[in-house]
Design a protein around this ligand. Structure first.
Ligand code: VAH
Length: 316
């Protein structure tokens, strides 16, 4: 069957990479990039584009009516740090936007929907190490509990409406093709840009703040592996834990110094994102993803560091 895929939030860190990956697989014309803003440079003139505001039901309904999508990827969201500055806007976009898309996916019989969750669904009382798929989840950021509630909605639409919606609890994502947008893990991308531009970087997270991270190439492959898995093999309809690799700003700086010996890292006195990071797990158990759809990580910290510096050097 010829797929017709809509990516909503195509300008974002994940969206731009997903649009390119999906266009390489299905052909540019089969993948409609959409966003509330003009197309980002990374996807401009590479295929069809629509303006979409997930909070405008008429606009969204028109796009579903016009394109009759077979798959929808909803990536539009406000992330953890910005979400604490604009809590009501974050809740509205992350929650109401999701429900609009779930409803239209049912109405237009979309065969598969993808929606990103995050390790931000865990909180201060969740196990901090090797955090399991099922445990206490008391997220204390609007972003975190909007993702937790979103997981509940996804599982509800699967059970009540038979909608094949799939999701992943992404760790922090690191990539060179598009910048992150207002998260707590953004330091792990900014550090590479600053290392190449200035030879130094002031981290807004403290030296020993360990967080689960993942290279974007792994994250995109995981997303497509999950979406291509046979429905009957999936035992999780909230969102799959995905571990990535855990490291601290110090460990990342040490890895950069192996390639750029003069690079220097310093640490900000205090930053509101530190409390968010401290509420998140330090490492994740992703055995369900390994069992259900054969997940296997490829990029470790040395590979991430080498690939980021090699590619950013060409565009900075
Ligand atoms: C954030 N990049 O920092 C996102 C992510 C696990 C973190 O969800 O908000």
């Amino acid at each position: 069957m010829t797929e017709k895929i809509i990516v909503i939030g195509a300008n974002g860190q994940i969206g731009t990479e997903l649009v390119n990956a999906l266009r390489n697989i299905h052909g540019a014309e089969q993948v409609i990039a959409s966003d509330i803003n003009d197309p980002a440079y990374a996807i401009r003139n590479t295929g069809p584009f629509e303006f979409v505001n997930v909070l405008d039901k008429d606009n969204l309904h028109h796009i579903f009516q016009k394109h009759q999508p077979t798959q929808v990827y909803l990536l539009a969201a406000i992330l953890s740090a910005v979400g604490e500055q604009r809590p009501k806007m974050a809740w509205d976009l992350n929650m109401t936007g999701l429900i609009h898309v779930l409803d239209f996916a049912v109405e237009f019989k979309v065969s598969k929907v993808f929606w990103p969750s995050s390790i931000a669904v865990f909180g201060p009382h969740s196990p901090q190490f090797n955090t399991p798929q099922y445990c206490v989840m008391d997220p204390n950021t609007v972003y975190g509990f909007s993702k937790l509630a979103g997981e509940r909605w996804c599982e509800y639409y699967f059970n009540k409406h038979g909608l094949d919606v799939r999701s992943i609890r992404y760790p922090g994502l690191i990539g060179w093709r598009a910048n992150p947008g207002g998260g707590t893990t953004d330091y792990a991308v900014h550090i590479f840009h600053e290392a190449l531009k200035k030879g130094k970087y002031e981290s807004f997270l403290s030296a020993e703040t360990a967080l689960p991270m993942m290279y974007m190439d792994d994250a995109i492959r995981a997303t497509l592996d999950l979406m291509n898995a046979p429905a009957e093999s999936l035992t999780i309809r909230s969102a799959y834990n995905l571990a990535g690799i855990s490291f601290t700003p110090t460990q990342l700086a040490e890895e950069i110094k192996k390639i750029m010996p003069n690079f220097a890292i310093s640490y900000a006195e205090s930053d509101p994102r530190q409390a968010i990071a401290d509420s998140w797990p330090k490492s994740i158990d992703d055995s369900y993803a390994q069992k259900d759809w054969g997940w296997k990580l490829e990029y470790d910290l040395p590979a991430i560091t080498a690939d980021m510096l090699t590619n950013l050097k060409k565009i900075i």
